[in-house]
Ligand binder design. Structure first.
Ligand code: C2E
Ligand code: MG
Ligand code: MG
Ligand code: MG
Length: 282
């Protein structure tokens, strides 16, 4: 019996794997045409000052509207785009489109763009960003570049990645470590490069109220940011209670569904600048 069950299980997993593999194949084929066929678009999620909840800027997040499958999340298609190399043209498109959109915003608002490690390899990224910013009349000081730990960690071209980030920083752009705490050797990354901001991964924020170790980690990251003079952004803030804790612990900025969901654009410039929430009770 047990043997039989095992075989069933194996067959089940095989079927699942095959399904996943054929979906990947299909998506990688379709993704090639997505750019040309105008299926990609950006949504923008606000980032706010933790104390005042004033919105300081927006993060551009990529979406794919598949003709048959509907909206596909980046967690599904970014890895495919990275494995096929499509992330380079797609990432270039994101830079151009995000800057074109931000050109209409109030000048006080910053724009955060996510970068994939491959973009550092295949293009002169610093020049690409500088050119696009100039074309849309956006000061580099309004641009934040989010890199995840995997980007800075990559053994290959580590020096080249750091040089590119340094060049952009020297031009006034802010460099942000995204999803901090989830990668390998998180801390050693902070030794070799001064990030302007560090984003606490939302898995820690989600767990911190019910799981004391997560709260300790969040507080430690906030302390680390203070001593390294990097601002700390908490992502995935969904509840008033989380916001209250983060404020109490001295977190600088917050982002999450509580403050605002990603939306096609900043709806109203003035509305964007004013606080969208009441000040939380202390
Ligand atoms: P990320 O940069 O860490 O972005 C935050 C993700 O958390 C977004 O998911 C956002 O929609 C989601 N999120 C924000 N607030 C909340 C919240 O309160 N609760 C929950 N549960 N989720 C929240 P999204 O848009 O699906 O993006 C996932 C990841 O895909 C991003 O993580 C980023 O790493 C990557 N990504 C998105 N756009 C781009 C892009 O243009 N280029 C590259 N290379 N990567 C991108
Ligand atoms: Mg990000
Ligand atoms: Mg993040
Ligand atoms: Mg994240």
């Amino acid at each position: 019996r047990a043997k039989n069950d095992g075989r069933h299980t194996a067959r089940f997993f095989n079927a699942r794997l095959q399904e996943e593999e054929s979906l990947r194949l299909r998506l990688s084929r379709d993704l090639e045409q997505a750019l040309a066929r105008d299926q990609l678009h950006l949504v923008f999620q606000p980032i706010a000052d933790a104390a005042s909840l004033r919105i300081t800027g927006y993060e551009a997040l990529l979406r794919w509207r598949h003709p048959d499958m509907g909206e596909i999340a980046p967690a599904t298609f970014i890895p495919i785009a990275e494995s096929t190399g499509l992330i380079t043209p797609i990432g270039g498109w994101v830079i151009g489109r995000a800057l074109a959109t931000a050109a209409d915003w109030d000048r006080s608002l910053s724009l955060a763009i996510n970068l994939s490690p491959l973009q550092f390899r295949d293009t002169n990224l610093a020049a690409q960003i500088e050119r696009a910013a100039a074309a849309h009349g956006i000061a580099l000081s309004r641009i934040e570049l989010e890199v995840s730990e995997s980007t800075t960690l990559l053994g290959y071209q580590r020096d080249a990645v750091l040089a590119t980030l340094q060049a952009l920083q020297a031009q006034g752009a802010r460099v942000v470590m995204d999803d901090f705490g989830t990668g390998h050797s998180s801390l050693s990354n902070l030794q070799d490069f001064t990030f302007d901001a560090i984003k606490i991964d939302r898995s820690f924020v989600a767990a911190m109220r019910d799981h004391p170790p997560s709260a300790s980690i969040v507080r430690a990251i906030i302390g680390l940011g203070r001593s390294m003079r990097s601002s700390i952004v908490a992502e995935g803030v969904e509840t008033e209670a989380q916001l209250a804790d983060l404020r109490r612990w001295g977190c600088d900025q917050v982002q999450g569904y509580l403050i605002g969901r990603p939306a096609p654009n900043v709806l109203d410039r003035d509305q964007a600048r004013s606080a969208t929430l009441r000040t939380a009770p202390r």
